[in-house]
Design a protein around this ligand. Sequence first.
Ligand code: GDP
Ligand code: PGA
Ligand code: MN
Length: 604
Amino acid sequence: MTQLATPGLENAPTTHARLLAWVREMAELTQPDQVVWVDGTDEEWERLTQQLVEAGTFTRLEKKPNSFWCASDPSDVARVEDRTFICSVDEADAGPTNNWMAPDEMKSIMTELYRGSMRGRTMYVIPFCMGPVEAENPMFGVELTDSEYVVVSMRVMARIGSRILEAMGTDRPFVPAMHSLGAPLEEGQEDVPWPCSQTKYIVHFPEERAIWSYGSGYGGNALLGKKCYSLRIASAMARDEGWLAEHMLILKLTSPQQKTYYIAAAFPSACGKTNLAMLEPTIPGWKVETLGDDIAWMRFGEDGRLYALNPEYGLFGVAPGTGWDTNPNAMRTIDKGNSVFTNVALTDDGDIWWEGMTEEPPAHLTSWKKQDWTPDSDEPSSHPNSRFCTPITQCPILAPEYEDPKGVPISAILFGGRRKTTIPLVTEARDWNHGVFLGATLSSETTAAATGAVGVVRRDPFAMLPFIGYNAGDYFRHWVETGKAHDATKLPRIFYVNWFRRDEDGGFLWPGFGENSRVLKWVVERLEGTAAAEETPVGHVPAADSLDVSGLDMTQDRVRKALAVDKDEWRAEVPQITEWFEKFGDKLPSTMWDELEILKSRLA
Ligand code: GDP
Ligand code: PGA
Ligand code: MN
Protein backbone atom coordinates (compact mmCIF):
# COMPACT_ATOMS: atom_id res chain seq x y z
CA MET A 1 0.00 0.00 0.00
CA THR A 2 1.37 3.40 -0.82
CA GLN A 3 1.38 5.86 2.01
CA LEU A 4 -0.58 9.05 1.37
CA ALA A 5 1.11 12.30 2.37
CA THR A 6 0.29 13.25 5.96
CA PRO A 7 -1.63 16.55 6.01
CA GLY A 8 0.38 19.27 7.71
CA LEU A 9 3.73 17.72 6.95
CA GLU A 10 4.15 19.70 3.74
CA ASN A 11 3.99 23.51 3.83
CA ALA A 12 5.41 23.63 7.37
CA PRO A 13 5.69 27.19 8.77
CA THR A 14 9.48 26.88 9.09
CA THR A 15 12.57 26.11 7.03
CA HIS A 16 14.54 24.87 10.05
CA ALA A 17 16.11 21.85 8.39
CA ARG A 18 16.89 19.77 11.47
CA LEU A 19 13.43 20.37 12.88
CA LEU A 20 11.71 19.50 9.60
CA ALA A 21 13.70 16.30 9.21
CA TRP A 22 12.91 15.21 12.77
CA VAL A 23 9.19 15.98 12.51
CA ARG A 24 9.05 14.00 9.26
CA GLU A 25 10.91 11.07 10.76
CA MET A 26 8.65 10.96 13.82
CA ALA A 27 5.47 11.37 11.77
CA GLU A 28 6.52 8.48 9.54
CA LEU A 29 7.19 6.37 12.60
CA THR A 30 4.08 7.20 14.63
CA GLN A 31 1.67 7.58 11.64
CA PRO A 32 -0.68 10.32 12.88
CA ASP A 33 -3.68 11.30 10.74
CA GLN A 34 -2.32 14.82 10.51
CA VAL A 35 0.43 17.09 11.77
CA VAL A 36 -0.52 20.44 13.33
CA TRP A 37 2.00 23.21 14.02
CA VAL A 38 1.00 24.87 17.29
CA ASP A 39 0.86 28.67 16.97
CA GLY A 40 -0.03 29.54 20.57
CA THR A 41 -2.93 31.84 19.68
CA ASP A 42 -6.15 32.33 21.66
CA GLU A 43 -8.13 30.86 18.74
CA GLU A 44 -6.09 27.70 18.94
CA TRP A 45 -6.67 27.47 22.72
CA GLU A 46 -10.43 27.93 22.11
CA ARG A 47 -10.48 25.21 19.49
CA LEU A 48 -8.46 22.70 21.52
CA THR A 49 -10.23 23.24 24.83
CA GLN A 50 -13.59 22.93 23.05
CA GLN A 51 -12.38 19.71 21.45
CA LEU A 52 -11.34 18.43 24.90
CA VAL A 53 -14.79 19.33 26.26
CA GLU A 54 -16.45 17.40 23.43
CA ALA A 55 -14.17 14.42 24.04
CA GLY A 56 -15.24 14.33 27.69
CA THR A 57 -11.71 15.10 28.90
CA PHE A 58 -12.53 18.63 30.07
CA THR A 59 -15.54 20.08 31.84
CA ARG A 60 -15.83 23.84 31.43
CA LEU A 61 -16.12 25.58 34.81
CA GLU A 62 -19.06 27.92 35.33
CA LYS A 63 -17.37 29.78 38.18
CA LYS A 64 -13.94 30.47 36.78
CA PRO A 65 -13.35 32.15 33.42
CA ASN A 66 -11.78 30.07 30.68
CA SER A 67 -11.01 27.21 33.06
CA PHE A 68 -11.49 23.46 32.99
CA TRP A 69 -11.88 20.46 35.27
CA CYS A 70 -10.14 17.30 34.16
CA ALA A 71 -9.93 13.81 35.63
CA SER A 72 -7.10 11.55 34.52
CA ASP A 73 -7.15 7.81 34.26
CA PRO A 74 -6.80 6.68 37.92
CA SER A 75 -3.55 4.92 37.02
CA ASP A 76 -1.90 8.03 35.54
CA VAL A 77 -1.68 10.55 38.38
CA ALA A 78 1.98 11.19 39.19
CA ARG A 79 5.56 11.00 38.00
CA VAL A 80 6.76 7.44 37.50
CA GLU A 81 10.27 7.37 38.92
CA ASP A 82 10.71 3.63 38.37
CA ARG A 83 9.98 4.18 34.64
CA THR A 84 12.32 7.19 34.31
CA PHE A 85 15.71 6.58 32.68
CA ILE A 86 18.94 8.45 32.08
CA CYS A 87 20.34 6.77 28.97
CA SER A 88 23.89 8.08 28.97
CA VAL A 89 26.35 6.34 26.68
CA ASP A 90 28.34 5.12 29.70
CA GLU A 91 26.33 3.58 32.55
CA ALA A 92 28.64 5.22 35.11
CA ASP A 93 27.40 8.63 33.93
CA ALA A 94 23.86 7.81 35.07
CA GLY A 95 25.18 6.93 38.50
CA PRO A 96 23.68 4.91 41.32
CA THR A 97 20.51 7.00 41.69
CA ASN A 98 19.09 6.77 38.15
CA ASN A 99 17.66 3.93 36.08
CA TRP A 100 19.87 3.30 33.07
CA MET A 101 19.71 1.43 29.80
CA ALA A 102 22.11 1.63 26.83
CA PRO A 103 20.83 4.33 24.44
CA ASP A 104 20.66 1.96 21.44
CA GLU A 105 18.76 -0.67 23.37
CA MET A 106 16.31 1.90 24.74
CA LYS A 107 15.83 3.40 21.30
CA SER A 108 15.02 0.09 19.73
CA ILE A 109 12.45 -0.70 22.42
CA MET A 110 10.85 2.72 22.18
CA THR A 111 10.95 2.85 18.40
CA GLU A 112 8.75 -0.26 18.38
CA LEU A 113 6.42 1.36 20.92
CA TYR A 114 6.21 4.56 18.88
CA ARG A 115 5.58 2.68 15.63
CA GLY A 116 2.01 3.58 14.71
CA SER A 117 1.35 4.93 18.22
CA MET A 118 -0.33 8.10 16.90
CA ARG A 119 -2.66 6.31 14.46
CA GLY A 120 -6.09 7.94 14.49
CA ARG A 121 -4.69 10.99 16.30
CA THR A 122 -3.06 14.33 15.52
CA MET A 123 0.61 15.01 16.01
CA TYR A 124 1.10 18.50 17.41
CA VAL A 125 4.42 20.30 16.99
CA ILE A 126 4.95 22.64 19.94
CA PRO A 127 7.90 25.01 19.58
CA PHE A 128 8.77 26.28 23.08
CA CYS A 129 11.38 28.30 24.89
CA MET A 130 12.37 27.84 28.52
CA GLY A 131 13.07 31.30 29.92
CA PRO A 132 12.66 34.55 28.00
CA VAL A 133 13.11 34.26 24.23
CA GLU A 134 14.97 37.60 24.48
CA ALA A 135 17.84 35.82 26.29
CA GLU A 136 21.29 35.88 24.72
CA ASN A 137 21.05 32.13 24.14
CA PRO A 138 17.36 31.27 24.20
CA MET A 139 16.78 27.72 25.43
CA PHE A 140 14.60 26.24 22.71
CA GLY A 141 12.78 22.95 22.66
CA VAL A 142 10.19 21.36 20.43
CA GLU A 143 7.70 18.87 21.83
CA LEU A 144 5.85 16.48 19.54
CA THR A 145 2.73 15.07 21.16
CA ASP A 146 -0.55 13.38 20.30
CA SER A 147 -2.29 14.85 23.36
CA GLU A 148 -4.44 17.99 23.21
CA TYR A 149 -4.21 18.12 27.03
CA VAL A 150 -0.44 18.41 26.69
CA VAL A 151 -0.71 21.20 24.10
CA VAL A 152 -3.09 23.20 26.27
CA SER A 153 -1.01 22.66 29.42
CA MET A 154 2.26 23.49 27.64
CA ARG A 155 0.74 26.80 26.59
CA VAL A 156 0.31 27.63 30.28
CA MET A 157 3.64 26.25 31.46
CA ALA A 158 6.05 27.50 28.77
CA ARG A 159 6.46 30.21 26.17
CA ILE A 160 5.25 28.47 23.01
CA GLY A 161 4.03 28.96 19.44
CA SER A 162 4.81 30.88 16.25
CA ARG A 163 6.92 33.58 17.89
CA ILE A 164 9.20 30.85 19.24
CA LEU A 165 9.37 29.02 15.91
CA GLU A 166 10.30 32.31 14.26
CA ALA A 167 13.03 32.97 16.83
CA MET A 168 14.43 29.49 16.13
CA GLY A 169 15.22 30.67 12.61
CA THR A 170 16.66 28.11 10.25
CA ASP A 171 19.24 26.49 12.45
CA ARG A 172 19.11 27.45 16.12
CA PRO A 173 19.73 24.48 18.46
CA PHE A 174 16.74 22.97 20.26
CA VAL A 175 16.01 20.02 22.52
CA PRO A 176 13.80 17.50 20.69
CA ALA A 177 11.15 16.26 23.13
CA MET A 178 9.09 13.38 21.81
CA HIS A 179 5.84 12.41 23.52
CA SER A 180 3.14 9.90 22.71
CA LEU A 181 0.28 8.66 24.87
CA GLY A 182 0.73 5.22 23.35
CA ALA A 183 -2.97 4.88 22.66
CA PRO A 184 -3.54 4.68 18.91
CA LEU A 185 -7.15 4.65 17.68
CA GLU A 186 -8.09 2.02 15.17
CA GLU A 187 -10.68 2.73 12.47
CA GLY A 188 -14.04 3.23 14.22
CA GLN A 189 -12.60 2.82 17.74
CA GLU A 190 -14.11 5.21 20.27
CA ASP A 191 -11.69 7.33 22.29
CA VAL A 192 -11.60 7.50 26.09
CA PRO A 193 -11.42 10.79 28.06
CA TRP A 194 -7.84 10.12 29.24
CA PRO A 195 -5.94 7.95 26.77
CA CYS A 196 -2.66 6.52 28.05
CA SER A 197 -0.77 3.23 28.09
CA GLN A 198 0.00 0.80 30.89
CA THR A 199 3.55 0.75 29.50
CA LYS A 200 5.42 3.92 30.41
CA TYR A 201 8.89 5.23 29.65
CA ILE A 202 10.27 8.67 30.55
CA VAL A 203 13.66 8.70 28.89
CA HIS A 204 16.53 11.15 28.61
CA PHE A 205 19.57 11.00 26.33
CA PRO A 206 21.87 13.50 28.07
CA GLU A 207 24.66 13.54 25.46
CA GLU A 208 22.20 14.07 22.61
CA ARG A 209 20.10 16.46 24.74
CA ALA A 210 16.97 14.59 23.72
CA ILE A 211 13.83 13.39 25.53
CA TRP A 212 11.57 10.46 24.67
CA SER A 213 8.39 9.99 26.68
CA TYR A 214 5.76 7.32 26.20
CA GLY A 215 2.53 6.16 27.78
CA SER A 216 1.60 8.90 30.29
CA GLY A 217 -0.33 12.15 30.06
CA TYR A 218 0.53 13.34 33.60
CA GLY A 219 2.32 16.71 33.97
CA GLY A 220 5.79 15.72 35.08
CA ASN A 221 5.84 12.82 32.60
CA ALA A 222 4.34 14.61 29.61
CA LEU A 223 4.95 18.39 29.81
CA LEU A 224 8.50 17.85 28.72
CA GLY A 225 9.77 21.42 29.18
CA LYS A 226 9.46 21.07 32.93
CA LYS A 227 11.23 18.28 34.84
CA CYS A 228 12.62 16.51 31.75
CA TYR A 229 14.23 19.49 30.00
CA SER A 230 14.63 22.18 32.67
CA LEU A 231 16.02 19.78 35.28
CA ARG A 232 17.31 16.49 33.85
CA ILE A 233 18.68 17.66 30.49
CA ALA A 234 19.54 21.16 31.77
CA SER A 235 21.49 19.74 34.74
CA ALA A 236 23.72 17.87 32.26
CA MET A 237 24.14 21.07 30.21
CA ALA A 238 24.89 23.01 33.41
CA ARG A 239 27.58 20.54 34.45
CA ASP A 240 29.28 20.91 31.05
CA GLU A 241 28.93 24.70 30.91
CA GLY A 242 29.54 25.71 34.53
CA TRP A 243 26.09 26.73 35.74
CA LEU A 244 23.35 25.22 37.92
CA ALA A 245 19.89 23.85 36.99
CA GLU A 246 18.03 23.33 40.24
CA HIS A 247 14.68 22.28 41.72
CA MET A 248 14.25 25.64 43.43
CA LEU A 249 11.69 28.35 43.91
CA ILE A 250 12.87 31.96 43.66
CA LEU A 251 11.43 34.72 45.84
CA LYS A 252 12.09 38.39 46.47
CA LEU A 253 11.96 39.52 50.08
CA THR A 254 11.71 43.19 51.06
CA SER A 255 12.44 44.19 54.64
CA PRO A 256 10.72 47.00 56.55
CA GLN A 257 13.86 49.05 55.75
CA GLN A 258 13.03 48.52 52.05
CA LYS A 259 16.10 46.40 51.46
CA THR A 260 15.55 43.59 48.95
CA TYR A 261 16.95 40.07 49.00
CA TYR A 262 16.50 37.25 46.52
CA ILE A 263 16.25 33.77 47.99
CA ALA A 264 16.15 30.38 46.26
CA ALA A 265 14.89 27.23 47.98
CA ALA A 266 15.03 23.55 47.05
CA PHE A 267 12.38 21.27 48.58
CA PRO A 268 11.32 17.89 47.16
CA SER A 269 8.05 17.63 45.23
CA ALA A 270 5.03 18.45 47.40
CA CYS A 271 7.18 19.84 50.23
CA GLY A 272 6.27 23.51 50.07
CA LYS A 273 7.99 25.30 47.16
CA THR A 274 4.87 26.84 45.64
CA ASN A 275 3.65 27.90 49.08
CA LEU A 276 6.91 29.55 50.14
CA ALA A 277 7.26 31.27 46.76
CA MET A 278 3.91 33.02 47.28
CA LEU A 279 4.09 33.49 51.00
CA GLU A 280 2.11 36.23 52.68
CA PRO A 281 4.26 37.31 55.63
CA THR A 282 2.58 37.44 59.03
CA ILE A 283 5.22 39.79 60.43
CA PRO A 284 4.57 43.48 59.84
CA GLY A 285 6.53 45.41 57.22
CA TRP A 286 7.90 42.40 55.33
CA LYS A 287 6.95 41.71 51.74
CA VAL A 288 7.37 38.65 49.51
CA GLU A 289 7.15 38.66 45.73
CA THR A 290 7.30 35.57 43.52
CA LEU A 291 9.73 34.82 40.71
CA GLY A 292 9.41 31.07 40.41
CA ASP A 293 7.92 28.12 42.28
CA ASP A 294 9.74 25.06 40.98
CA ILE A 295 12.87 25.52 38.87
CA ALA A 296 15.84 27.90 38.97
CA TRP A 297 18.60 28.19 36.40
CA MET A 298 21.55 29.91 38.01
CA ARG A 299 24.61 31.44 36.37
CA PHE A 300 27.38 33.63 37.73
CA GLY A 301 27.33 37.27 36.65
CA GLU A 302 30.34 39.42 35.86
CA ASP A 303 30.10 40.82 39.38
CA GLY A 304 30.77 37.31 40.77
CA ARG A 305 27.25 36.88 42.13
CA LEU A 306 24.93 33.97 41.36
CA TYR A 307 21.90 35.02 39.27
CA ALA A 308 18.73 32.90 39.15
CA LEU A 309 16.07 32.73 36.46
CA ASN A 310 12.78 30.85 36.37
CA PRO A 311 12.59 29.08 32.97
CA GLU A 312 8.86 28.39 33.32
CA TYR A 313 5.79 30.42 32.38
CA GLY A 314 3.16 28.80 34.60
CA LEU A 315 2.49 27.15 37.93
CA PHE A 316 1.79 23.43 38.20
CA GLY A 317 0.85 23.41 41.85
CA VAL A 318 -0.30 20.76 44.31
CA ALA A 319 -4.00 21.54 44.88
CA PRO A 320 -4.82 19.92 48.25
CA GLY A 321 -3.83 22.14 51.14
CA THR A 322 -4.01 25.28 49.00
CA GLY A 323 -6.59 27.61 50.54
CA TRP A 324 -7.33 31.22 51.44
CA ASP A 325 -5.72 30.82 54.87
CA THR A 326 -2.63 28.88 53.71
CA ASN A 327 -1.83 30.34 50.27
CA PRO A 328 -4.15 33.24 49.41
CA ASN A 329 -1.91 34.36 46.55
CA ALA A 330 -2.30 31.01 44.80
CA MET A 331 -6.07 31.31 45.28
CA ARG A 332 -6.02 34.81 43.74
CA THR A 333 -3.92 33.50 40.84
CA ILE A 334 -6.31 30.67 39.96
CA ASP A 335 -9.38 32.86 40.48
CA LYS A 336 -8.37 34.84 37.40
CA GLY A 337 -9.10 31.71 35.34
CA ASN A 338 -7.27 30.43 32.25
CA SER A 339 -6.44 27.30 34.21
CA VAL A 340 -6.64 23.53 34.03
CA PHE A 341 -7.45 21.61 37.23
CA THR A 342 -6.57 17.92 37.13
CA ASN A 343 -7.84 15.31 39.59
CA VAL A 344 -9.53 17.77 41.97
CA ALA A 345 -13.27 17.60 42.74
CA LEU A 346 -16.05 19.37 40.82
CA THR A 347 -18.78 21.27 42.68
CA ASP A 348 -22.43 21.08 41.67
CA ASP A 349 -22.38 24.72 40.54
CA GLY A 350 -19.40 24.23 38.24
CA ASP A 351 -16.44 25.20 40.40
CA ILE A 352 -13.56 23.19 41.81
CA TRP A 353 -12.84 22.08 45.37
CA TRP A 354 -10.18 20.10 47.15
CA GLU A 355 -9.24 19.14 50.68
CA GLY A 356 -7.88 22.19 52.49
CA MET A 357 -9.42 24.80 50.19
CA THR A 358 -12.08 25.67 52.79
CA GLU A 359 -12.62 24.32 56.28
CA GLU A 360 -16.11 23.00 55.50
CA PRO A 361 -16.43 20.81 52.41
CA PRO A 362 -19.44 21.33 50.17
CA ALA A 363 -22.34 18.94 50.87
CA HIS A 364 -21.95 17.24 47.48
CA LEU A 365 -19.16 16.95 44.95
CA THR A 366 -18.10 14.90 41.96
CA SER A 367 -14.84 13.32 43.05
CA TRP A 368 -11.73 13.05 40.91
CA LYS A 369 -12.86 9.49 40.21
CA LYS A 370 -16.07 10.98 38.77
CA GLN A 371 -18.15 9.52 41.60
CA ASP A 372 -20.66 11.16 43.93
CA TRP A 373 -18.87 12.47 46.98
CA THR A 374 -20.19 13.73 50.33
CA PRO A 375 -18.36 14.65 53.55
CA ASP A 376 -19.19 11.11 54.74
CA SER A 377 -17.27 9.47 51.92
CA ASP A 378 -14.34 7.29 52.92
CA GLU A 379 -11.89 8.65 50.37
CA PRO A 380 -10.77 12.22 49.77
CA SER A 381 -12.60 14.05 46.99
CA SER A 382 -9.34 14.99 45.26
CA HIS A 383 -6.25 12.97 44.53
CA PRO A 384 -3.41 13.98 46.92
CA ASN A 385 -1.33 14.89 43.84
CA SER A 386 -4.11 16.79 42.08
CA ARG A 387 -2.85 19.95 40.42
CA PHE A 388 -3.72 23.43 39.24
CA CYS A 389 -2.06 24.59 36.03
CA THR A 390 -2.16 28.39 35.86
CA PRO A 391 -0.25 31.21 34.12
CA ILE A 392 2.37 32.66 36.51
CA THR A 393 1.71 36.11 35.05
CA GLN A 394 -1.65 36.03 36.85
CA CYS A 395 0.08 35.87 40.22
CA PRO A 396 -0.72 39.20 41.93
CA ILE A 397 2.69 39.27 43.64
CA LEU A 398 4.82 38.35 40.62
CA ALA A 399 8.05 40.38 40.83
CA PRO A 400 8.68 42.52 37.71
CA GLU A 401 12.21 41.04 37.49
CA TYR A 402 10.57 37.76 36.47
CA GLU A 403 10.94 38.72 32.78
CA ASP A 404 14.60 39.76 33.07
CA PRO A 405 16.75 37.25 31.15
CA LYS A 406 19.68 38.20 33.41
CA GLY A 407 17.90 36.77 36.47
CA VAL A 408 18.22 38.02 40.05
CA PRO A 409 21.25 37.86 42.39
CA ILE A 410 20.70 35.22 45.06
CA SER A 411 21.72 35.99 48.66
CA ALA A 412 20.61 32.77 50.31
CA ILE A 413 19.78 29.21 49.33
CA LEU A 414 17.50 27.11 51.52
CA PHE A 415 17.38 23.34 51.40
CA GLY A 416 14.48 21.62 53.06
CA GLY A 417 12.48 18.45 53.34
CA ARG A 418 9.64 16.82 55.14
CA ARG A 419 10.94 15.23 58.35
CA LYS A 420 8.87 14.39 61.43
CA THR A 421 11.98 14.35 63.65
CA THR A 422 15.66 15.29 63.84
CA ILE A 423 15.86 18.28 61.44
CA PRO A 424 15.49 21.67 63.17
CA LEU A 425 13.20 24.40 61.86
CA VAL A 426 16.24 26.26 60.52
CA THR A 427 20.01 25.67 60.50
CA GLU A 428 22.69 27.77 58.86
CA ALA A 429 25.62 26.04 57.19
CA ARG A 430 29.04 27.02 58.47
CA ASP A 431 30.33 27.60 54.94
CA TRP A 432 29.76 26.57 51.31
CA ASN A 433 31.13 23.02 51.65
CA HIS A 434 29.08 22.41 54.77
CA GLY A 435 26.09 23.71 52.80
CA VAL A 436 26.86 21.26 49.99
CA PHE A 437 26.99 18.52 52.64
CA LEU A 438 23.55 19.57 53.91
CA GLY A 439 22.26 19.46 50.32
CA ALA A 440 23.91 16.13 49.56
CA THR A 441 22.44 14.50 52.66
CA LEU A 442 18.99 16.11 52.45
CA SER A 443 16.29 13.65 53.41
CA SER A 444 12.54 13.76 53.10
CA GLU A 445 9.45 11.61 53.39
CA THR A 446 8.14 10.52 50.00
CA THR A 447 4.94 12.21 48.79
CA ALA A 448 2.13 11.54 46.34
CA ALA A 449 3.96 13.54 43.64
CA ALA A 450 5.55 10.27 42.54
CA THR A 451 3.97 6.84 42.37
CA GLY A 452 4.94 4.42 45.15
CA ALA A 453 4.82 4.46 48.93
CA VAL A 454 4.15 7.78 50.68
CA GLY A 455 5.81 8.86 53.95
CA VAL A 456 9.00 6.81 53.63
CA VAL A 457 12.17 8.73 54.58
CA ARG A 458 14.73 8.69 51.78
CA ARG A 459 17.79 10.73 50.85
CA ASP A 460 16.78 13.33 48.29
CA PRO A 461 19.98 15.25 47.60
CA PHE A 462 19.34 18.92 46.82
CA ALA A 463 15.68 17.85 46.34
CA MET A 464 17.02 16.59 42.99
CA LEU A 465 17.02 12.80 43.47
CA PRO A 466 14.53 12.19 40.63
CA PHE A 467 15.92 15.04 38.50
CA ILE A 468 19.73 14.85 38.34
CA GLY A 469 20.45 13.99 34.70
CA TYR A 470 23.85 12.44 35.43
CA ASN A 471 25.87 10.80 38.20
CA ALA A 472 24.86 12.32 41.54
CA GLY A 473 28.46 11.99 42.79
CA ASP A 474 29.57 14.19 39.88
CA TYR A 475 26.71 16.53 40.70
CA PHE A 476 27.98 16.96 44.30
CA ARG A 477 31.44 17.61 42.87
CA HIS A 478 29.97 20.23 40.52
CA TRP A 479 28.56 22.04 43.55
CA VAL A 480 31.87 21.82 45.42
CA GLU A 481 33.78 23.08 42.35
CA THR A 482 31.29 25.91 41.89
CA GLY A 483 32.13 27.10 45.40
CA LYS A 484 35.88 26.84 44.76
CA ALA A 485 35.71 28.71 41.48
CA HIS A 486 34.02 31.80 42.89
CA ASP A 487 34.59 34.50 45.46
CA ALA A 488 33.37 33.00 48.75
CA THR A 489 32.15 36.36 50.02
CA LYS A 490 29.75 36.65 47.10
CA LEU A 491 28.36 33.13 47.18
CA PRO A 492 24.83 32.72 48.55
CA ARG A 493 24.75 31.58 52.19
CA ILE A 494 23.18 28.15 52.69
CA PHE A 495 20.43 27.19 55.16
CA TYR A 496 18.47 24.03 55.89
CA VAL A 497 14.80 24.27 56.93
CA ASN A 498 12.10 21.84 58.03
CA TRP A 499 8.50 23.03 58.35
CA PHE A 500 7.29 19.50 59.04
CA ARG A 501 8.66 18.47 62.44
CA ARG A 502 5.99 16.86 64.64
CA ASP A 503 5.07 16.84 68.33
CA GLU A 504 4.30 13.73 70.41
CA ASP A 505 0.69 13.79 69.21
CA GLY A 506 1.69 13.85 65.57
CA GLY A 507 0.77 17.51 65.00
CA PHE A 508 3.09 19.95 63.22
CA LEU A 509 5.27 21.79 65.76
CA TRP A 510 5.59 24.84 63.54
CA PRO A 511 2.50 26.56 62.07
CA GLY A 512 4.21 27.01 58.69
CA PHE A 513 2.86 28.88 55.65
CA GLY A 514 2.80 32.68 56.29
CA GLU A 515 4.61 32.14 59.59
CA ASN A 516 7.62 30.91 57.62
CA SER A 517 8.31 34.61 57.07
CA ARG A 518 9.79 34.56 60.59
CA VAL A 519 12.42 32.12 59.38
CA LEU A 520 13.10 34.25 56.28
CA LYS A 521 13.58 37.23 58.60
CA TRP A 522 16.16 35.30 60.64
CA VAL A 523 17.93 34.30 57.43
CA VAL A 524 18.16 37.92 56.34
CA GLU A 525 19.33 39.03 59.77
CA ARG A 526 22.07 36.42 59.56
CA LEU A 527 23.13 37.89 56.21
CA GLU A 528 23.18 41.34 57.81
CA GLY A 529 25.06 39.99 60.84
CA THR A 530 22.37 41.15 63.26
CA ALA A 531 20.83 37.85 64.46
CA ALA A 532 22.46 35.68 67.05
CA ALA A 533 23.03 31.99 66.45
CA GLU A 534 24.01 29.09 68.57
CA GLU A 535 26.65 26.74 67.24
CA THR A 536 25.51 23.10 67.27
CA PRO A 537 27.03 19.93 65.81
CA VAL A 538 24.87 20.35 62.68
CA GLY A 539 25.33 24.08 62.08
CA HIS A 540 24.05 27.37 63.45
CA VAL A 541 20.51 27.51 64.82
CA PRO A 542 18.73 30.61 66.15
CA ALA A 543 19.92 31.58 69.62
CA ALA A 544 17.22 31.97 72.26
CA ASP A 545 15.06 34.99 71.37
CA SER A 546 16.75 35.60 68.00
CA LEU A 547 13.85 34.08 66.05
CA ASP A 548 11.00 36.60 65.99
CA VAL A 549 7.97 34.83 67.51
CA SER A 550 6.17 37.99 68.61
CA GLY A 551 2.43 37.65 68.24
CA LEU A 552 2.75 33.95 67.45
CA ASP A 553 0.39 31.69 69.36
CA MET A 554 3.02 29.14 70.31
CA THR A 555 4.57 28.23 73.66
CA GLN A 556 8.31 28.78 74.24
CA ASP A 557 8.54 25.04 74.81
CA ARG A 558 7.20 24.29 71.33
CA VAL A 559 9.53 26.82 69.74
CA ARG A 560 12.43 25.15 71.53
CA LYS A 561 11.31 21.74 70.28
CA ALA A 562 11.05 23.00 66.72
CA LEU A 563 14.62 24.33 66.90
CA ALA A 564 16.14 21.51 68.93
CA VAL A 565 19.23 19.59 67.86
CA ASP A 566 18.94 16.20 69.54
CA LYS A 567 22.33 14.50 69.51
CA ASP A 568 20.80 11.02 69.76
CA GLU A 569 18.59 11.59 66.76
CA TRP A 570 21.60 12.84 64.82
CA ARG A 571 23.78 9.93 65.90
CA ALA A 572 21.14 7.66 64.38
CA GLU A 573 21.43 9.66 61.15
CA VAL A 574 25.19 9.09 60.80
CA PRO A 575 25.13 5.43 59.68
CA GLN A 576 22.41 6.30 57.16
CA ILE A 577 24.56 9.11 55.73
CA THR A 578 27.57 6.78 55.64
CA GLU A 579 25.61 4.16 53.75
CA TRP A 580 24.31 6.82 51.37
CA PHE A 581 27.79 8.19 50.65
CA GLU A 582 29.21 4.70 50.08
CA LYS A 583 26.94 4.33 47.06
CA PHE A 584 28.99 6.89 45.16
CA GLY A 585 32.43 5.26 45.54
CA ASP A 586 35.21 7.33 43.97
CA LYS A 587 32.72 9.79 42.55
CA LEU A 588 32.00 11.27 45.97
CA PRO A 589 34.12 14.39 46.56
CA SER A 590 36.40 13.74 49.55
CA THR A 591 35.13 16.98 51.14
CA MET A 592 31.84 15.17 51.78
CA TRP A 593 33.63 12.53 53.87
CA ASP A 594 35.50 15.35 55.65
CA GLU A 595 32.19 17.01 56.50
CA LEU A 596 30.82 13.73 57.82
CA GLU A 597 33.91 13.36 60.05
CA ILE A 598 33.34 16.87 61.41
CA LEU A 599 29.73 15.99 62.18
CA LYS A 600 30.74 12.75 63.92
CA SER A 601 33.38 14.43 66.05
CA ARG A 602 30.96 17.17 67.08
CA LEU A 603 28.36 14.59 68.05
CA ALA A 604 30.89 12.56 70.09
P1 GDP B 1 5.76 21.90 46.06
O1 GDP B 1 5.33 20.71 45.29
O2 GDP B 1 7.16 21.75 46.62
O3 GDP B 1 5.58 23.17 45.32
O4 GDP B 1 4.85 21.97 47.38
P2 GDP B 1 3.55 22.86 47.71
O5 GDP B 1 3.90 24.26 48.07
O6 GDP B 1 2.56 22.69 46.62
O7 GDP B 1 3.05 22.13 49.02
C1 GDP B 1 2.79 20.75 49.07
C2 GDP B 1 1.91 20.43 50.23
O8 GDP B 1 2.57 20.83 51.45
C3 GDP B 1 0.59 21.19 50.20
O9 GDP B 1 -0.42 20.34 50.66
C4 GDP B 1 0.82 22.33 51.18
O10 GDP B 1 -0.38 22.76 51.76
C5 GDP B 1 1.76 21.72 52.20
N1 GDP B 1 2.64 22.76 52.80
C6 GDP B 1 3.32 23.73 52.15
N2 GDP B 1 3.98 24.54 53.02
C7 GDP B 1 3.71 24.07 54.26
C8 GDP B 1 4.09 24.47 55.59
O11 GDP B 1 4.82 25.44 55.80
N3 GDP B 1 3.62 23.71 56.62
C9 GDP B 1 2.82 22.62 56.41
N4 GDP B 1 2.39 21.95 57.48
N5 GDP B 1 2.41 22.22 55.18
C10 GDP B 1 2.86 22.93 54.12
P1 PGA C 1 6.37 19.39 42.05
O1 PGA C 1 6.54 18.56 40.72
O2 PGA C 1 5.62 18.49 43.00
O3 PGA C 1 7.78 19.63 42.49
O4 PGA C 1 5.59 20.64 41.82
C1 PGA C 1 5.69 18.50 39.65
C2 PGA C 1 5.60 17.08 39.13
O5 PGA C 1 5.74 16.17 39.95
O6 PGA C 1 5.39 16.92 37.95
MN1 MN D 1 4.99 23.21 43.34
